[in-house]
Design a protein around this ligand. Structure first.
Ligand SMILES: Nc1ncnc2c1ncn2[C@@H]1O[C@H](COP(=O)(O)OP(=O)(O)OP(=O)(O)O)[C@@H](O)[C@H]1O
Ligand SMILES: [Mg+2]
Length: 258
């Protein structure tokens, strides 16, 4: 059975897509079968993998239930990494699904029969807590929350934790937070260090030991349509995402026992 991971934080620009693309790539690099689902109308995960045409359909078609997952997925240039691409149409889904029956469980139902085909399903979510993110929370086994090492980093974290609790009490009783990930960390910057200290003091073991540094190669990679792990495998950003995948796999063993 695939382990489904939602990357979420309703704060914008904190590294959700970067984490989704590079964790998915890192897991594929260690021979896991990975499906990356782009659930954001901005489509940054899709274009970040060099895919600019979604003529076979997108997660919009999946969410309005006009196509099944098989009809929209694409093999990426990375062996083992399959993508359910998004496009701008997905904006409409928030509105179109308002009246839909069982609108919270569409994604979970769409993934159900594909569970055995993948080891990991990684979902990139938009910076809002609408119906798309809610579908992600209902479909996921757990959430990774990227937090940018900047002022107000923890803003919104309580809101997300409460959303996780609500979904846990309703649609998805086994939902958990897999971990909080510090991103865009600059070790020469006192603010980064102070944010890291605050987050670790408050959230304890929930915070991944791995920290993603601020790294220019990470920000350059999407414009080349490549994950940083392919764009420059040796840079500190790529190494940090490989380290994250390693820590994630180690933590997963513990979750399976507990
Ligand atoms: N560690 C990093 N170092 C340098 N730049 C980064 C890093 N992580 C992300 N970025 C850059 O910061 C910007 C925001 O990152 P990203 O798109 O991953 O955030 P997001 O949370 O998905 O944003 P949104 O909320 O809009 O979906 C992007 O331009 C990305 O390339
Ligand atoms: Mg994004």
């Amino acid at each position: 059975m695939a382990l489904t991971v939602l990357i979420s934080n309703q704060k914008g620009g904190v590294g959700k897509t970067t984490t989704a693309v590079n964790l998915a790539t890192a897991l594929a690099a260690v021979k896991k079968k990975v499906l990356l689902i782009d659930l954001d109308p901005q489509s940054n995960a899709t274009t970040g993998l060099g895919i600019y045409s979604t003529k076979n359909g997108s997660t919009y078609d999946l969410m309005i239930q006009s196509k099944n997952l098989n009809g929209i997925i694409l093999q990426t240039s990375i062996p083992g990494l399959t993508l359910a691409p998004s496009n701008i149409n997905l904006i409409g889904a928030e509105i179109e699904l308002v009246q839909a029956e069982n609108r919270e469980t569409i994604l979970r139902n769409a993934l159900f029969q594909y569970n055995k085909r993948f080891d990991y399903i990684i979902i990139d979510s938009p910076p809002s807590m609408g119906i798309l993110t809610l579908n992600g929370l209902v479909a996921a086994d757990g959430v990774i929350v990227p937090l940018q090492c900047e002022y107000y980093a923890m803003e919104g974290l309580n809101y997300l934790i409460n959303s996780v609790k609500r979904v846990k009490n309703s649609f998805n009783p086994t939902l958990r937070i897999f971990g909080i990930l510090l991103t865009m960390h600059d070790k020469r910057n006192a603010l980064s260090l102070s944010v890291e200290n605050d987050v670790r003091t408050t959230m304890g073991k929930q915070v991944f030991n791995t920290v993603i540094p601020r790294n220019t190669r990470i920000s350059e990679a999407p414009s080349h349509g490549k994950p940083v792990l392919i764009y420059d495998v040796k840079c500190v950003g790529a190494c940090a995402y490989m380290e994250l995948a390693k820590e994630f796999l180690e933590r997963q063993k513990k979750w399976q026992i507990n």
